[in-house]
Design a protein around this ligand. Structure first.
Ligand code: ATP
Length: 450
């Protein structure tokens, strides 16, 4: 994280500049749900695009898909979510606050989790009151399909996108005629009725995931696992995240999910400490085996080399878009003194910046408006851009800095004579004069070269 960023500053910037709003704010909000404003949706789309590009577009061994959010409920029996996707919940008998027992783990010796932790923490961390016994609480949101609300019509909002990939494994394999190793990538909403959502958009009840299920031959799984850990770690650095704020941690045996043979986490140094951005798990053949068992379908792969039918192992890099968005913002946030004023600046990577170019006439003078509009017309065909003519030019530069716009193009009175404009760069504040005829090429050079 930037030394100057705090969650409070970030929340305030996000609200002020239309990045993230509290969900249903005019009705007092609803815990764990957030809305993305005009700039937030751009940033979110850019994160998803950067991911898709790295894991699908630029690889020949990964394809995409998009499965439905509501699935046949048997999926969740097969995956184990109906039985095990639960957190231990405790309530304070005095102040009535509710906690996730494993969140209280900091208060007990390291290496104690879940029930064990809850048993050790018997006092409320807020008021010191006595806590109830932990109760297991299933995190899946329930709904009904069709007009009758009964057990037979009960369905669930998916708590992860992964299962939509496992159930389509055979479909994708036969239609693409691909061989192992083969990855299937998907971006989509997931829902978890978290006991304690919080830390802004870090832990939500509705969020978006970017997941890859990478199917490999058993025996090659460990090597592919290492490959993905490296790939994913480097992706964050490639998008400008500071090295000192990102780390990879191998989970201890007792932290592993029931299906995992081994898991690494990419973690970010948030104000609340190192926290997971992405999990990269070796899920073995657990999911395909279970779905084959519950569906009665053959989900094996014919390995031409050995002449045998095998059940592939799976490496799963799974990241949350909202969490990444928060981490990228924290990392990019900076404040510096410029001529006695504090300049707030988001040093976002140019691929992530919501607005790439702002076109700013020096003033609203009638002679400047037509050429400025013309310049904007040239730019907007290529990049997400903004036209801003309100207030002083200095103020407008600051407004763009604050949302991470890499380049501003200024149209001034000289433009009327020399048919040139000024490009001003966000981080260095350097300004160069370029002819309008060469503007698109000059912007492209700055925005699209690595
Ligand atoms: P945690 O331990 O933080 O609850 P998890 O280990 O249950 O997370 P996974 O099931 O591995 O999370 O989900 C993969 C990714 O999805 C996480 O790394 C995170 O980025 C994202 N994610 C999971 N739960 C949430 C949530 N409630 N809000 C926002 N993002 C989430």
């Amino acid at each position: 994280m930037s030394t100057k960023a705090t969650v409070e500053k970030l929340v305030s910037l996000c609200k002020r500049r239309g990045l993230v709003f509290q969900g249903s704010e005019i009705y007092g909000g609803i815990g764990g749900f957030w809305d993305y404003g005009p700039l937030g949706v751009e940033l979110k789309n850019n994160i998803k695009q950067a991911w898709w590009r790295a894991v699908v577009q630029e690889r020949d061994d990964v394809v995409g898909q998009d499965a439905a959010i509501v699935m046949n409920p048997t999926v969740w029996r097969a995956s184990g979510h109906l039985d095990t996707f639960a957190d231990p919940m405790v309530d304070c008998k005095e102040c009535k606050k509710r906690f996730r027992a494993d969140d209280l783990v900091g208060a007990v010796p390291a290496g104690t989790h879940g029930h064990e932790a809850a048993a050790k923490v018997s006092r409320c961390p807020e008021c010191g009151g006595e806590l109830t016994e932990p109760r297991m609480f299933n995190l899946m949101f329930r709904t009904y399909v069709g007009p009758v609300e009964d057990d037979a019509s009960t369905a669930y909002l998916r708590p992860e996108t992964a299962q939509g990939i496992f159930v389509n494994f055979a479909n994708v394999l036969t239609t693409t005629r691909k061989k192992l190793p083969l990855g299937i990538a998907q971006i989509g909403k997931a829902f978890r009725n978290e006991i304690t959502p919080g830390n802004f958009i870090f832990r939500d009840r509705e969020f978006e995931q970017m997941e890859i299920e990478y199917f490999v031959k058993p025996g090659t799984d460990e090597q592919w696992h290492q490959h993905w850990v490296e790939e994913r770690y480097n992706w964050y650095l490639g998008l400008g995240m500071r090295k000192e704020n990102v780390r990879v941690r191998q989970l201890d045996r007792e932290e592993l999910a029931h299906y995992a043979k081994d898991t690494y986490e990419v973690e970010y140094l948030f104000p609340m400490g190192w926290s997971e951005l992405e999990g990269i798990a070796n899920r073995t053949d657990f999911d395909l085996r279970r779905h084959a068992e519950f569906s009665g379908r053959d989900l094996t792969y014919f390995d031409e080399e050995s002449g045998e039918h095998i059940i592939p192992y799976v490496i799963e890099p799974s990241a949350g878009v909202d969490r990444l968005l928060m981490a990228f913002l924290m990392d990019a946030y900076d404040e510096e003194e410029v001529r006695g004023e504090t300049r707030v600046i988001l040093r976002l990577h140019k691929d992530l910046a919501p607005i790439k170019v702002a076109v700013l006439p020096l003033s609203r003078h009638e002679k400047l408006v037509p050429p400025a509009r013309e310049v904007w017309g040239l730019v907007r065909k290529h990049w997400m851009s903004q036209y801003d003519d309100a207030q002083s030019i200095g103020r407008r530069y600051r407004r763009q800095d604050e949302v991470g716009t890499p380049l501003c193009v200024t149209v001034d009175f000289d433009t009327l004579e020399d048919e040139a404009v000024t490009i001003r760069e966000r981080d260095s504040m350097e300004q160069v004069r370029v002819p309008i005829a060469g503007l698109v090429a000059a912007l492209r050079e700055r925005l699209e070269t690595a």
